[in-house]
Design a protein around this ligand. Structure first.
Ligand code: PMP
Length: 405
């Protein structure tokens, strides 16, 4: 059970008034708000345990190193990786995908080799591959979707060829809310000896992710979307893969020895962490994961699912309402358009009522093109949202609707 009042008390920003109205924060897919414990951890890190990590013999450096490495173990346990060597800290999902796109292409792809992505990818799982396409002549194959916003699995199977080297797909769509059948996707790829990268930016805050059970080769997510700080994220990779991949960036930390003639690289996970890592961010992310674990991902998923069902049914009472994405498996994200009311108008007018939603293409322009629209209004939920907030949101839409009648 979710103790909503006690949870809301942990998030000071939720008490804020916007234009003199209580804030309703429905932009959680873009970033989540932070509980007190996470902000306190950042403050405590800088006030009490701040020193550059790994190479210092002095007390503070060792304490900061221990905290950073303990955070890595917390992430490892959170997604059930088999070793903390498989957890690489990055700046976020985007950097993690760029890392794999760059290193995997360098290590394992030749001109004409193929990566399978999907029509519902965020730009951060399209553009890095395009950069590699321009650099090395690799090509992208795109899995289409049906009218409910579910991937066409038959076409997915047909897209494999003897040049397919990697599948790189989103676990949950940030626009449609679709939760993709990742177990099946991975099994299918592995039958053909093709590894799989999953973009877990949207999935990880809403459901239990178990990388060992999924048998996924690479899994990436951002700290700020799971109640942690900005500027820190995670790349999980199977040790056998990370060992084989060439480094991404060069610099301090990722080396074993350096001479002007030759450099040897550090072991995992440091091989992929060039420069001073965000050791305050990592420890605050670990704090966020503990917070989420304390509530429990199963109760979170159940509660958010109820909110999603309620919001969807209320939205459907409007004539001329179009909801984009009605997959059988769906997370707490609703993209919609009401009649011909422009998404910016809807977003701006809801904002005046204290309601934060996102409008636009949501960094998924190819998906917008397939849907034949420019953008949507997107309301995305968290466990700190309530039915009462949805009621106020629906009243807000009613007001906007009347203005455009
Ligand atoms: N993938 C998906 C599915 C996302 O929703 C986002 C963020 N909107 C990203 C990738 C990029 O995440 P970040 O900006 O934190 O790197």
């Amino acid at each position: 059970m979710i103790d909503i009042q006690s949870i809301r008390n942990d998030f000071p920003i939720l008490e804020k008034k916007i234009y003199d109205k209580p804030l309703i924060y429905f932009d959680n897919a873009a970033t989540t708000q932070k509980p007190r414990s996470v902000v306190e951890r950042i403050k405590n890190g800088y006030y009490n345990v701040n020193a550059n990590i790994h190479r210092g013999v002095h007390f503070l450096s060792q304490a900061a190193t221990e905290a950073h490495e303990e955070a890595r173990k917390t992430v490892q346990r959170f997604i059930n990786a088999s070793s903390s060597n498989e957890i690489i800290f990055t700046r976020g999902t985007t950097e993690a995908i760029n890392l794999i796109a760059s290193s995997f292409t360098d290590g394992f792809m030749e001109e004409g080799d193929e990566v399978i992505i999907s029509v519902m990818e965020h730009h951060s799982n399209i553009v890095p591959w395009q950069l590699q396409a321009a650099r090395k002549g690799i090509t992208m194959k795109v899995v289409p979707m049906n009218e409910r916003g579910e991937l066409c699995m038959d076409t997915y199977r047909e897209l494999f060829s003897d040049r397919t080297r990697l599948v790189s797909l989103t676990h949950m769509s940030n626009v449609l809310g679709t939760v993709n059948p990742v177990k099946e996707i991975i099994e299918e790829a592995h039958k053909k000896n093709v590894p799989v990268l999953l973009d877990g930016a949207q999935a990880v805050p809403h459901m239990q992710v178990n990388v060992a059970e999924l048998d996924v080769d690479f899994y990436v997510f951002s700290g700020h979307k799971i109640y942690g700080p900005t500027g820190i994220g995670v790349l999980y990779g199977k040790e056998e893969w990370l060992d084989k991949l060439p480094p991404y960036q060069g610099g301090g930390e990722m080396i074993a020895t350096v001479s002007f003639e030759k450099t040897t690289f550090n072991e995992l996970p440091f091989k992929f962490e060039a420069g001073t890592p965000d050791y305050i961010g990592s420890t605050a992310l670990a704090e966020a994961l503990k917070y989420v674990n304390n509530i429990g991902l199963n109760p979170i998923a159940a509660y958010e699912h109820e909110l999603l069902k309620y919001m969807t049914s209320q939205l459907k009472t409007f004539e001329g309402m179009r909801i984009f994405g009605e997959a059988a498996e769906k997370g707490a994200v609703v993209s919609f358009l009401l009649r011909d009311i422009h998404h910016y108008d809807m977003g701006m007018l809801l904002d005046r009522l204290g309601i934060a939603v996102r409008t636009g293409h949501h960094c998924a322009q190819p998906l917008m093109k397939v849907l034949g629209i420019e953008g949507t209004v997107r309301a995305s939920l968290s466990f700190y949202n309530t039915r009462e907030e949805i009621d106020r949101f629906i009243e807000g839409i009613e007001r906007v609707s009347k203005m455009f009648e």
